[in-house]
Design a protein around this ligand. Structure first.
Ligand code: FMN
Length: 343
């Protein structure tokens, strides 16, 4: 495929740049003329084969592979992701207050392992700016043909007490509920101090119980970390189900460092191929604990068709990926969907 050829030529250049610079350069180029790129990439890759459309809870997705949160936090290239073949798209994480994130460098490649370590710290333009951008797309009749979700997190400056946390998330919910197709509550990124404490069963239950009614009917998904013991994770899932969420996204990045991935000595969340064994094991726990009551989106280290098949076989309703795209290139989602359709 032409896209794969372009990737083989372009990858050495991108990988010669600092990882965040390569990311900014790519997103900036694509975001400068999204309609043009969407047309071009749509012709080269295009949507999933029609037979792969399915339900994800109340949503109808075009194919089971979606874009994971974090790659297009501010919705700079929203129209582009369906053109690369994604069956649904998750933007964000955005926070109620715009924030710069952590000092750079904060994104690192582990090339031999095909992994990434990031401590971005929710750098984003804020939920107000994302809502404005998405509203403009809707008003112009250019809303993508696949569901677009918005992942929301806690602003760094907001204290960790229940009321402050809820007010912070609810500000983003109120701004985004009319424009997004679904909302994802992120309590699992490792790079905002204290954020993961919101995953303790009771604080999480209280937060989700407030977000769900505030979403006014828009589906609310909750994204969890892989760094739990299985019994604890099962309790977290139970709280999410009981609090009325529409789905669970498992998993975020890990603070653990399997194999040789600790060699850089960098702090942050690990994603990509080295995350797969842990993510797969935790996804299995989540699917079992959810017991078909709400759908599970499996994410973590998906680079190959057999991994997609395995997660769907475990009982996931859909999968997401981020790091695979960085290492395998923009033709990946097209290839994975077509392999899946072939069976
Ligand atoms: C650079 C980077 C930034 C990320 N930012 C976010 C984020 O803002 N919100 C979020 O929920 N997950 C974020 N993630 C996690 C991904 O959505 C995903 O859960 C994780 O990377 C595992 O999937 P993967 O191995 O396919 O990348 C980020 C991941 C990376 C690599």
């Amino acid at each position: 495929m032409l896209l794969d050829l372009a990737w083989r030529l372009g990858r050495p250049l991108l990988f010669s740049l600092d990882a965040e610079r390569a990311h900014r350069l790519t997103l900036g180029t694509l975001g400068a003329a999204p309609s043009l790129w969407a047309g071009l990439l749509g012709a080269l890759a295009g949507g999933p084969p029609p037979g792969l459309a399915r339900s994800l809870g109340p949503l109808r997705i075009a194919g089971p592979i979606g874009l994971a949160a974090g790659l297009d936090k501010d919705g700079e290239a929203t129209q582009l992701w369906p053109a690369l073949g994604f069956g649904f798209v998750e933007l964000g994480t955005v926070t109620a207050h715009p924030q710069p994130g952590n000092p750079t460098p904060r994104l690192f490649r582990l090339v031999p392992e095909q992994g990434l370590i990031n401590r971005m710290g929710f750098n984003n333009h804020g939920s107000e700016a994302l809502a404005r951008r998405l509203r403009a797309l809707r008003d112009a009749g250019r809303w993508p043909s696949v569901p677009v979700g918005c992942n929301i997190g806690k602003s760094k400056i907001t204290p960790l007490d229940d009321d402050s946390v809820a007010a912070d998330y609810l500000a983003s919910v109120e701004r985004l509920r009319d424009v997004a197709d679904y909302l994802a509550v992120n309590v699992s990124s490792p790079n905002t101090p204290g954020l993961r404490s919101l995953q303790a069963v009771e604080p999480l239950r209280r937060l989700v119980q407030r977000v769900v009614p505030a979403a006014q009917g828009k589906p609310v998904f909750v994204k969890v970390a892989p760094d739990f013991e299985p019994e604890d994770l099962a309790q977290v899932v139970e709280a999410i189900v009981q609090a009325g969420a529409s789905g669970i996204i498992a998993t975020n990045t890990t603070l653990s460092r399997p194999g040789t991935t600790g060699r850089l000595g960098q702090e942050g969340g690990l994603s990509g191929a080295p995350l797969w064994p842990l993510a797969r094991a935790r996804i299995e726990v989540v699917v079992r604990a959810a017991a078909g009551r709400i759908p599970v989106v499996g994410v973590g280290g998906v680079h190959r068709p057999d991994q997609v098949a395995e997660l769907l076989g475990l009982g996931c309703a859909a999968v997401q990926l981020y790091s695979g795209l960085i290492f395998e290139g923009p033709g990946l989602v097209h290839r994975l969907h077509h392999e899946l359709a072939r069976g």
